[in-house]
Design a protein around this ligand. Sequence first.
Ligand code: NAD
Ligand code: MG
Length: 394
Amino acid sequence: MRSISIFGATGSIGESTFDLIRRAGGAEAFRTVALTGARNVRRLAEMARELRAEVAVVAHEEELPALREALAGSGVEAAAGAAAIAEAADRPADWVMSAIVGAAGLVPGMRALRHGATLALANKESLVTAGELLLTTARDHGATILPVDSEHSAVFQALTGEDAGAVERVIITASGGPFRDWPLERLAKATVAEAKAHPNWSMGSRISIDSASMFNKALELIETREYFGFAPDVIEVLVHPQSIVHALVGFRDGGIMAHLGPADMRHAIGFALHWPERGHVPVERLDLAKLGMLQFEAPDDVRFPALRLAREVMAQRGLTGAAFNAAKEIALDHFMEGRIGFLDMAAVVEDTLAVLSSGNSLGKAVSDLEEVLAVDHLARVRAAEQAVKRAKGR
Ligand code: NAD
Ligand code: MG
């Protein structure tokens, strides 16, 4: 029986994963090792009971008594705290879903790889923060990383059976988010509620706002570079408002393989769950005749400077990705709490990178995880300072 764990089980990707596991037979077909969440104890306990998990872990220690109570009599162990989440990743499982949001997903993912797991990686932040380290760890421990971002799953599928050396271009699409055609003046006043309202995808609130600012696409450019190893100038972004074509791979003979599917993450999750086979996944089937038309347009990195910043990270690599992601997480916190404006987020990230680059060599090769975590921490401190400056200037 295949064993599984889901990190970030109570989130949007976690719930979709749970749905697919349940449809594929649930506790009768899989042995569930660990399920984790941040705060939603009731839901976490419900999932753990249904899948008869070995352990359920909440990120916040003060929730432990509530979790224990919710699991009473179930035989599922309860634990809490970041260290307990990392320890849960030390319990070997064949297939591990990494769906925590933010750099908090990095350590559990690394630990699962050290145990040789197949890591279904939705947590793009860990590739942005420590791409090379993650890939090396996988290689050293005979582990596998499968991308669970719609664009990256699409590129992975388009590359299957192909010679990577014959690839001329890799194009990831972007819906453009809710502000695709907003002018700069309007973007400056965009609210959190407006930024959360993604036109096509139903996702966690942080990634939804990152989609509105194009920081999500910025992370995905870096993710493409880190995961597949293509040179930065091979990788392009194309705005495609319908979110039907997820990525395209162009070859040296001029042919292009495109991957199409509905805007439902269960396709990418299901692909990773059943890989290397193709399993039945209950997503809506595309009706192209009904859709009638697909639109494409060039991205605008003046209104969406995150894309320009991503290019700098892709060129420098090393520790730059860790600094970029951490600064972005802090800028997003400050925007969500109403302290800075929508456009201030990119300014905070850019200023943080500038401050950290003077005197430090962020572009140097990464030696270990501790070094990455130190830069992540420092970037958070510096980004908070930049955000306070921006807040005062408003
Ligand atoms: P979400 O906010 O809905 O869920 C996040 C999960 O992580 C929840 O279980 C939450 O409880 C947990 N969590 C949050 N902070 C934590 C912390 N500090 N420590 C431990 N656990 C914590 O987010 P989501 O939309 O499901 O996204 C999850 C990941 O997948 C992100 O990295 C995101 O970029 C990526 N992703 C999501 C989608 C999507 O459609 N939702 C698509 C592609 C990639
Ligand atoms: Mg994506």
